[in-house]
Design a protein around this ligand. Structure first.
Ligand code: HEC
Length: 417
């Protein structure tokens, strides 16, 4: 019998089942679709209807990923692959450990995601079908699941980078790279994942640098592949031991788990968010989590202009990412609800657990004015060392942008009749 996948031996190393190959590649494709959706979703203003639509697609993609991952796991248990010729057994075990951990994440993610949405009071629909919520709105649950929801993203980034770096080494040394050093589809999964991370990191402030950054990344990968090909051209394959020792397997598993833990630390490391908040000290009356009464008799808001509209789209959307700004059923997010914030003493929104730094600022009498808000967003850590606020798009050094942010903030948080 001829070898099953003789045409392109690289699409799947030997020993994998047809179901494993198909579900592995399906997983990579779905992951690409999902990554595109979530990157767009996070960059779409919460006020736009498009966001709701993207949210629906995000649930659908997550569900399909879960199904594909379960099928892939099922196939995995029945496969007995051996390292492809020339790849050391330890590298093979490491590649499998990375792929397995990614698979387990694909199974865990939808569960965490569901509870994250439900605890925020959001409806989860699949097509026309509403999935009944077993829990109501719950800030503590929302914060914990929210932490791990964003932690999942970090874990995947770390795993994908590890996969790419592994491929960079194994392709040069052993002629097996993204396609053949890993279980079927996993190299593509990581390649798609890193591509979307490159795009995401390049577009925190504005969308323009995204495609350029991705093109540079692809060029590097293609250049590397060409180099590996040139290095191995015409050279015989070095035979190596093909049995994976239990020690190698255990070490690979432990290494992959260590990467997971590192990824789980990510949301705190990058955005200072935590899975639980300090207890709220300003009591919220009947769940009113905003300043019920305005502090200022008049609030001067300048009319919007084109510059302000650009700031709103590029910078202010991140403020909304962490802050609700309207009364009525709008609970705190990562940051407090900012309704009626202008003229208020800092750190006094009911029901929010502030950092020690913000509580100190409150005790010292800090009041939110045009100037103090501008100074805070100019560089939160410099203005208030130890504050738990991180602006996702980075500090805002430009006074014109600061002024626009303050003006939008005033409009968005102004008292409503
Ligand atoms: C990653 C989440 C995040 C982003 C993005 C963010 N904030 Fe915050 N914000 C917080 C957190 C958390 C706090 C509470 C800080 C503390 O306790 O030290 C806070 C506090 C504040 C406060 C003080 C509230 C009070 O009750 O005293 C203001 C004003 C504020 N943010 C404005 C903004 C503006 C304007 C932007 C956009 C430029 C922004 N924030 C972006 C998380 C965020």
């Amino acid at each position: 019998m001829p070898p099953r996948i003789a045409v392109m031996p690289t699409l799947a190393p030997p020993g994998y089942s047809r179901l494993g190959i198909v579900s592995g590649w399906l997983l990579a494709g779905l992951y690409l679709a999902h990554a595109g959706l979530t990157t767009t979703l996070a960059r779409t203003d919460r006020m736009l209807p498009l966001r709701e639509e993207l949210r629906g697609w995000h649930y659908l993609a997550g569900t399909l990923l879960l199904v594909a991952a379960v099928v892939r796991l099922f196939a995995w248990l029945r496969e007995r692959p051996a390292p492809p010729e020339g790849l050391p057994a330890s590298a093979f075990a490491w590649g499998r450990a990375l792929a397995m951990v990614a698979l387990l994440l694909m199974v865990a993610a939808p569960l965490i995601g569901l509870f994250y949405a439900w605890s925020d009071g959001l409806e989860v629909r699949l097509g026309g079908l509403v999935i009944p919520a077993p829990v109501g709105r719950d800030r503590a649950l929302w914060q914990a699941t929210g932490y791990f929801h964003s932690g999942l993203g970090f874990m995947l980034v770390v795993l994908n980078l590890a996969t790419l770096l592994t491929a960079a080494v194994t392709s040069l040394r052993f002629r097996h790279g993204l396609l053949s050093a890993f279980p079927p589809g996993h190299g593509a999964f990581a390649f798609f994942g890193v591509s979307s991370s490159v795009y995401a990191f390049a577009t925190f402030r504005a969308p323009e640098p995204g495609p350029v950054a991705v093109a540079v990344f692809w060029a590097i990968v293609a250049g590397w592949a060409a180099l590996a090909w040139a290095v191995h051209r015409g050279r015989p394959v070095v035979p190596r031991s093909r049995t994976v020792s239990p020690v190698a397997r255990a070490l690979a598993g432990a290494g992959a788990l260590a990467l997971l833990l590192f990824g789980a630390w990510g949301p705190y490391g990058m955005f200072r968010v935590t899975p639980f908040s300090p207890p709220a000290e300003v009591e919220a009356v009947d769940g009113v989590e905003w300043h019920a009464a305005p502090a200022l008799a008049t609030l001067e808001v300048a009319p919007a202009d084109a510059f302000e509209a650009a700031v709103e789209a590029e910078t202010f959307k991140w403020c909304r990412f962490c802050h609700n700004m309207q009364p009525g059923g709008a609970q705190h997010k990562v940051g407090p609800n900012l309704y009626n914030i202008m003229g208020q003493r800092a750190g006094t929104v009911p029901g929010f657990g502030y950092s020690a730094a913000m509580r100190r600022a409150r005790a010292e009498g800090l009041v939110w004015t045009d100037e103090t808000v501008a100074a805070y967003v100019a560089d939160p850590q410099r203005f208030m060392p130890g504050t738990s606020m991180v602006i996702s798009s980075g500090p805002i050094p430009d006074p014109r942008v600061q002024a626009a942010v303050v003006n939008i903030l005033k409009r968005e948080t102004a008292p409503r009749p």
